[in-house]
Design a binder for this molecule. Structure first.
Ligand code: ATP
Ligand code: MG
Length: 418
């Protein structure tokens, strides 16, 4: 066949979906337990939204966005991440006028034209949260603690939490000078991108993936030594709260993230288990205290994170897949298929997941299909059962069969499924 999915974009077929559901449900449950409410944003946004928030000199904006012109009119982009849209929506709907603190979560596909690899795709899914209106640092710690708890809900044990602070504008200005002084002598050794970044946005050099640049960056002065007193106090508060919550973390003064909008708190959670390979960042997040204002909203501190669902799935332990069928209804003769359809509906009304094969095959072939689907129960309906108001309830696991009144069939099935 010549038509295939776009490179780096995957189909997720029903056999895989139960793991996705488990992950998504665990995330919703956790987020809602912390007072977050779901928001959904368009997948396509004006290009300027991402250029202005993520930053002109970031990899995402320079190389990875799917940007197109909408029928010769406006430049649009498939969203590469969720925070920019959250902020746009927050400002657009004047949310700060309705509540002092806003807590949103979201789930959905993101698009980045990266080189595909294990754990790195061009369409991938993120789940994330955003908190608007709380300057932290307590909420910063709570958010980190929440996500660590979530990851443990999934059965992923080996993780490492890295935190850093890149301070506010004053710290950044100070640090920028120190960084430029350090990088100066290395200018000629840096990759062409980084030479450009040195002038446009020197902090970006610290995030370069080119080995030569990464090596130079590893010797750069630490941001933490340049924090203003306020920024230092904020970072200390974060650490004290994490300690009080019993959330293990490691301070990594070299942690920078690939988006320009961050201020103060930055964090990342790395998976340590096998199976993730080089793409071991499960999630990343941080504070972005200036962004709402820069989009025309009122001064509003904010913090959030986003996790890659494919990477969480890779780190999640296998579990026994549950069958998607509780009861398989079998029509013993082709003539009773209408009645079998009705029995199916009765059982579904009672909340059971019911499958049948109404093509008119033999009893044996229908039972084979029930086995194949891993159904726990088959309910066989034939002419005599209809006459007597009963069904044959076959426990496909215990290999037993009993006759039960039809109107009690669901009640007999449920204990076996619990
Ligand atoms: P990386 O350093 O791995 O490229 P990133 O810093 O670009 O990650 P963020 O933009 O912070 O990542 O996105 C948050 C999370 O989304 C990442 O930690 C990762 O789990 C996931 N993610 C990012 N890009 C991809 C991708 N191309 N494919 C799959 N997951 C991704
Ligand atoms: Mg990336």
């Amino acid at each position: 066949m010549s038509l295939r999915a776009v490179k780096g974009m995957k189909d997720i077929l029903p056999d895989e979906i139960s793991r996705w559901h488990r992950l998504e449900n665990a995330f919703r449950t956790r987020a809602e337990r912390y007072g977050f409410r779901e928001a959904r944003f368009p997948i396509v946004e004006p290009t300027a939204l991402f250029v202005r928030s993520i930053g002109e000199t970031t990899d995402i904006v320079e190389k990875e966005m799917y940007t197109f012109t909408d029928r010769g009119e406006k430049s649009l982009t498939l969203r590469p991440e969720g925070t920019a849209s959250s902020v746009r929506a927050y400002v657009q709907h004047n949310v700060q006028a309705k509540e002092p603190v806003t807590k949103w979560y979201y789930l959905g596909p993101m698009y980045r034209r990266e080189r595909p690899a294990k754990g790195r795709y061009r369409q991938f899914y993120q789940a994330g949260i955003e908190v608007f209106g709380d300057p932290g640092p307590y909420v910063d710690a709570e958010v980190i603690d929440m996500v660590v708890g979530f990851i443990s809900d999934l059965g992923i044990d080996e993780v490492e939490v890295l935190i850093n602070s890149i301070g506010g504008p004053d710290t950044r200005a100070r640090y920028r000078d120190a960084l430029l002084e350090y990088l100066g002598p290395f200018r000629a050794e840096l990759c062409p991108d980084c030479q450009r970044r040195m002038d446009a946005n020197p902090l970006r050099v610290l995030d370069c993936k080119v080995p030569r640049c990464a090596k130079i960056a590893s010797g750069a002065p630490s941001m933490l030594e340049h924090l203003t007193d306020d920024d230092r106090e904020h970072f200390d508060g974060l650490q004290q709260t994490l300690t009080r919550l019993g959330t293990p973390y490691r301070v990594d003064g070299s942690l920078v993230r690939g988006l320009d909008y961050y201020t103060r708190t930055l964090f990342e959670v790395l998976g340590k288990g096998e199976g993730l390979g080089a793409q071991n960042a499960l999630l990343g997040g941080g504070r972005y205290d200036q962004m709402v204002q820069s989009f025309g909203g009122p001064e509003t501190p904010a913090i959030g994170f986003a996790m890659g669902l494919e990477r969480l799935l890779m780190a999640m332990p296998e579990s026994v897949p549950r069958s998607h069928v509780d009861v398989f209804v079998v029509a013993a003769q082709p003539d009773v298929r209408a009645e079998a359809a009705l029995l199916g509906r009765e059982l579904r009304s009672a909340g059971l997941r019911v499958e049948s094969d109404l093509r008119g095959g033999s009893l044996k072939s229908q039972l084979r299909r029930a086995d194949k689907l891993n159904a726990r129960i088959a309910m066989i309906l034939g002419e005599s059962e209809i006459e007597n108001g009963v069904v044959q309830l076959k426990d496909l696991q215990q290999k037993t069969q009993t006759e039960v009144p039809r109107n009690e069939a669901a009640a007999h099935a449920k204990p076996l499924l619990a």
